[in-house]
Ligand binder design. Structure first.
Ligand code: FAD
Length: 289
């Protein structure tokens, strides 16, 4: 089923994001996690796409296996990194043949060792170009990324992101999944600006349940997500106590999702980091009121 049709339904829709593990053992754990997450009845599940050859092959393998062996609807992330149009076209043909209907079209992060994105000769510079390329072929519903607190490279902050998000919509995007954030006000401001700029496609907030504070600080520094002072004050003294961090992470994510659902959001996308426990616990809390 297409992302556009899924998100047109009333919701709430819960979706999950996974990354392709580097080892066979990691892949086994991922399958376990995918099976466990079936209890929350995900509306779709997405699999990220790395910058290098072997992880890209794993993305394809995992996405096509999800389609073949489960009832879950997979979304394949696809980036412009290191690929020509012809290579991207070949992969899309393979996805099409495997019955994959949903692509999350991204520019991608620079490969390890590079500090900035460089377009490949014969490839694309921006996600919006990839969206147009995919839209020109039949059969895919297209999701894109956006950043309620601004993409780290955006010269004019959120204003740039809204402008380029509108361009992605104009080129054929059907839905937006956001970077994670902890302050819902930033999402509401972003949503208001997006709507005022003519963005009409669904905005799906990305949710990161915190289970390890050091890890979240690292990720947040890389992707530009702010850890608000109140959250830092709660978690900083507990760094050594993983169980206490998990409990606060669960409470914070549950409250954040409740507030979003009470304010017009109908779909939530969970960054699972290939672990099921936190996402299941949040969804159970939401379903039991
Ligand atoms: P773009 O929309 O191209 O934006 C990138 C930057 O360029 C922004 O600063 C934007 O303002 C600017 N820009 C955009 N269009 C133009 C234009 N026409 N002219 C000038 N400037 C422009 N990365 C991966 O490598 N693999 C993944 O699987 C992956 N999954 C992700 C999933 C989600 C939900 C999110 C939020 C991010 C994901 N990322 C992934 C990270 C993403 O690839 C990076 O944040 C990347 O730096 C930007 O990707 P984008 O698609 O937003 O790019």
């Amino acid at each position: 089923m297409k992302l556009s049709d899924i998100l047109a339904g009333p919701g709430p829709h819960f979706s999950c994001e996974f990354f392709p593990p580097k080892t066979d053992k990691g892949e086994e754990n991922l399958w376990q996690c995918i099976q466990e997450l079936a209890v929350i009845d995900p509306a779709y599940v997405s699999v990220t796409y790395g910058a290098g050859g072997s992880t890209q092959d794993r993305t394809k393998r995992i996405v096509t296996r999800i389609k073949r062996e489960t009832n879950l609807e997979p979304v394949a992330h696809l980036t412009c990194v290191g690929a020509t149009k012809e290579q991207l076209g070949e992969l899309l043909d393979e996805y099409s043949a495997a019955g994959i209907e949903n692509i999350l079209a991204l520019r991608g992060d620079p490969p390890e060792g590079m500090d900035h994105f460089q377009a490949t000769a014969g490839g694309f510079s921006h996600a919006s170009d990839l969206v147009r390329f995919i839209r020109d072929r039949d059969g895919f519903s297209i999701g894109v990324a956006s950043y309620p607190e601004g993409h780290p490279e955006s010269k004019n902050g959120v204003d740039d992101d809204i402008r380029f998000l509108k361009l992605k919509q104009d080129h054929g995007a059907d839905a937006v999944i956001t970077q994670y954030f902890f302050d819902n006000e930033s999402f509401y401001r972003f949503r208001d600006l997006a709507v005022a700029s003519g963005v009409t496609i669904p905005l799906v907030p990305g949710i990161m349940p915190i289970t390890n504070f050091d890890q979240i600080e690292r990720f947040s520094a890389m992707c530009g997500a702010t850890i608000p002072a109140w959250l830092h004050a709660r978690l900083d003294p507990l760094r050594g106590d993983l169980e206490a961090v998990k409990a606060i992470g669960l409470e914070v994510a549950t409250e954040q999702c409740r507030d979003l659902l009470a304010n017009g959001v109908t779909a939530l996308h969970f960054y699972t980091l290939n672990k099921s426990e936190a996402t299941i616990a949040v969804c159970n809390n939401l379903r039991t009121g």
